[in-house]
Design a protein around this ligand. Sequence first.
Ligand SMILES: [Zn+2]
Length: 450
Amino acid sequence: MNITFFGAAHEVTGSCHLLDTGSKKILLDCGMFQGSDFNEGKNNDTFPFDPKSVDMVLVSHAHADHCGRVPKLIKEGFSGPIYMTKGTQELAKIIWEDSYHIMSYNNRKFQSPILFYPEDIEAAYSHSTGVLYNETIDLGSGISVVFKDAGHIFGAAFIEISVNGKTLCYSGDIGNKDVPILRETEQLGSLDTLLIESTYGNRLHESRKDREKIFFDIFKEAIARGGTIMMPAFSLERTQEILYTLNDMFENKKLLPKIPIFLDSPMAIRAIDVYKAHPEYYDEEAFKKYSAGDDFFEFPNLTLTLRKEDSIKINSVKGPKCVIAGSGMMNGGRILHHAKRYLPDERSMLVIVGYQAKNTLGRKLYEGARQVTIHNDSVSVKAKVTAIGALSAHGDQKKLVNWVRHAKKVPKTVFCVHGEAVPATALAHKLHHELGIEAFVPEEGECFTL
Ligand SMILES: [Zn+2]
């Protein structure tokens, strides 16, 4: 049995790992590369393996960097089954349709290539089976898989794969501790090998209590400044949890005045319907609110701006106000229109809540750029830029190490993927020194025998 790492190696995007059991070729995720133009250009390359030779795909969750190239795989000849949780299945379709929408726009405007078409999205959806958490799926040839709750986004799973008595787990992305709505990451089973994400492999986040206080204080400050709070958010990452927290702050924690909040992301608005349709994924607190009839995605000062016309109208609303919009790393989407307008305003604030990959506009602003380019225009940055690390959807080093430590059987071998070189290496060292695990940070294209 061997594994080859075809993406998310020394970086956080493009997750795609090929497990060859000898009898079956199983692809673990098939995500988009994101960030710089160079990185995104890699999505146009032909796959470094023959899609026709792949027997099946297992998808960990609906983020584009994990599921985004599945329709392209179909377009290039893959015809096997695809397994993911039911929640992922519904969210992935939204992600694929949104990608197609952006690709066709870019194609009309800049003649950039289109990776797949609506018929490929339909085929990807109809090839996929939505599974339940903890359901054992027999794949034949002595192989079975179980999807367990990763606590990362709605429907996100880590996947345990048993092959003739050997067990490998693919972490997908592992959630932060104690986040609203989602349940905690489940315990790892008995393992031989683990592929673990390492986005924050060298960082520690604040606790939930601390992060709620930081969030509250940022809003207090922003309200006092009187400008616009811009929050670039991944539509499927923290947007829903942010709304949940804001609802709680306005209704129970006396955050005043109740300033207008705009959710200016069509994809996030569509994703809310999936959240509402699956209360079985909620944690205890969210389920209690749901059962008592509290709709935490609706509060009087929240406006959902699905249509472009409504988005434009946000400009005429006086501050203080808050706009939550995609994309999360500011490399596209409606957030750019708001950034162009409000970054030069010293009363405004940009609040970064998610991971910012190298070379993205979000990363440049996070690192303190005072002059940036948006839509070919030079924009000066006078707004205050601040970040809340703890609002990330990824677990920190402590969470990841403890997750491995408390496995039913700690794996002998770990591969740190989905992290830039520094955090991935830091996590590998930690796992080796604290738990005696042989830990690797694979290069793209590198193959290991298991
Ligand atoms: Zn993710």
